[in-house]
Design a protein around this ligand. Structure first.
Ligand code: URA
Ligand code: CA
Length: 434
């Protein structure tokens, strides 16, 4: 087989066979195919697209390029959640304990934040001594004992995707449905949970900006998951403004604690109920989403979900006193109010730009080795559709650096678009796909 022939075949709009897809994935990963040929093929795929079988074959080839994580020694139907990435998305820290408190094993290998999007591992590390690097045995044992385990990826998962993604990034070939779906799903499917709920974000702070594109991406990912024999459902959700109120690592842990105690932001709690009830159905814990929702509300109201967070922290060596007394979590030296100079309604609050403000404050990373300020971030006091009077606090900036506060304050003031009430109120959930 020759790479030249595969490029020509795809260039002319033909369909690649399973063997041909395996050939270019294996040989590109091993360094036998040069970047210039792979770039040409990616562009041909980008322009002529892949059909469903090709997309599934590409996903399989990427999964097989590295290690997979066998979870069969965890008892029960194991569930996982994946978000395509957003701002202030504290969901995992709330959803995980809620689902586990319903006796369904929630197992997740999480990532770190990059750019304006946050990562669960960084948030967890704002709890002192919390250990995200678990051995495979610890990961499995904890899931068996307490139904929840969240760790970093230690195994060599989908090395092909790492190389492809880096090349796509510099050859303008990222925004193709098949390439995105196979990239995300290969990473998810390599970790062998039984059921997956995908939270596909759409809006200013998301990777996908249009609802139609997001729905198509969600459908494609659900098809791949199901085609691979795993129960997969997706929800397309709003990321036009940040989720919840807190953006920043320790701030989001505090928000998770409050939400698990029944005292969190409405949108964040609602999203956890929607995603969680789907997981409980997939895990056969309940037969309808309504029943799932009621059970989730029950474990929050009874304190079981909160106790599950404490258990998670204890089992991963974190300091539980900082969960019991959140003021012991990293706290910023300065908390500055950002006040409104207008009266009206919040019309928009661009999530990506708010994420960038948090990044300036040190809550996020510019590059993989930038240092984080775990205490830094933003707490929103007003969100889209809220009524605002002159002098009302729009948001609080948490920072250890007054220079950075100045920059963030100016930007935040500009990001709050205040005017007439929006004719249509915001939506949290756009579409559910199963
Ligand atoms: N996220 C991924 O992991 N892969 C893509 O291709 C796009 C977003
Ligand atoms: Ca949040």
């Amino acid at each position: 087989m020759r790479m030249y022939d595969l490029i020509k075949k795809k260039r002319d709009g033909n369909i690649l066979s399973t063997e041909e897809i395996n050939f270019f994935v294996d040989n590109y990963t091993n360094g036998n195919i040069p970047d210039y040929q792979m770039s040409a093929l990616l562009m041909a795929i980008f322009l002529n697209k892949m059909d469903k079988k090709e997309t599934l074959d590409l996903t399989s080839a990427m999964i097989n390029s590295g290690d997979t994580v066998d979870l069969s020694s965890i008892k029960g139907i194991k569930v996982d959640k994946h978000s395509t990435g957003g701002v202030g998305d504290t969901t995992t820290l709330i959803l995980g304990p809620m689902v586990a408190a319903c006796d369904v094993p929630f197992v997740k290998m999480s990532g770190r934040g990059l750019g304006h999007t946050g990562g669960t591992l960084d948030k967890l590390e704002s709890i002192s001594n919390f250990r995200v690097a678990l051995s495979k045995e610890e990961f499995i044992n904890n899931a068996n004992k307490i139904n929840i385990s969240i760790c970093s990826q230690t195994a060599n998962i989908t090395p092909a995707d790492k190389k492809f993604y880096a090349l796509r990034d510099v050859t303008a070939t990222v925004e193709n449905l098949s390439l995105i779906a196979s990239s995300i799903m290969s990473k998810k499917l390599a970790i062998k949970s039984d059921a997956i709920v995908l939270d596909v974000k759409v809006g200013s702070g998301a990777f996908m900006k249009s609802i139609d594109d997001s729905i198509n991406l969600a459908k494609e990912m659900v098809e791949i998951g199901c085609g691979y024999g795993r129960e997969t459902v997706a929800v397309v959700t709003n990321m036009d403004e940040p989720l919840g109120n807190a953006i920043g690592n320790a701030l989001e842990v505090k928000e998770a604690i409050a939400t698990l105690k029944g005292d969190g932001p409405e949108d964040l709690y609602e999203l956890c109920l929607v995603l969680g009830s789907k997981l409980l159905v997939l895990a056969k814990r309940v037969s309808t989403e309504k029943e799932g929702r009621n059970l989730l509300i029950e474990v929050v109201n009874s304190g079981k979900a909160y106790s599950k967070l404490i258990e998670l922290v204890k089992y991963q060596d974190g300091d539980i006193s900082s969960i019991e007394n959140p003021h012991l979590l990293p706290t910023a030296k300065y908390i500055i109010e950002v006040k409104s100079s207008k009266e009206g309604y919040v019309k928009a609050l661009n999530a990506e730009e708010v994420g960038k403000c948090a990044l300036i404050l040190g809550a996020g990373r510019e590059t993989l080795d930038s240092e984080l300020d775990l205490a830094a971030g933003i707490v929103l006091n007003k969100k889209v559709d809220d009524k605002v009077f002159m002098g009302d606090v729009l948001a609080y900036i948490h920072s250890n650096d007054l220079e950075k506060v100045k920059i963030a304050e100016e930007r935040l003031k500009e990001l709050y678009i205040i005017g007439e009430k929006n004719p249509i109120s915001k939506k949290l959930i756009y579409e559910e796909i199963s």
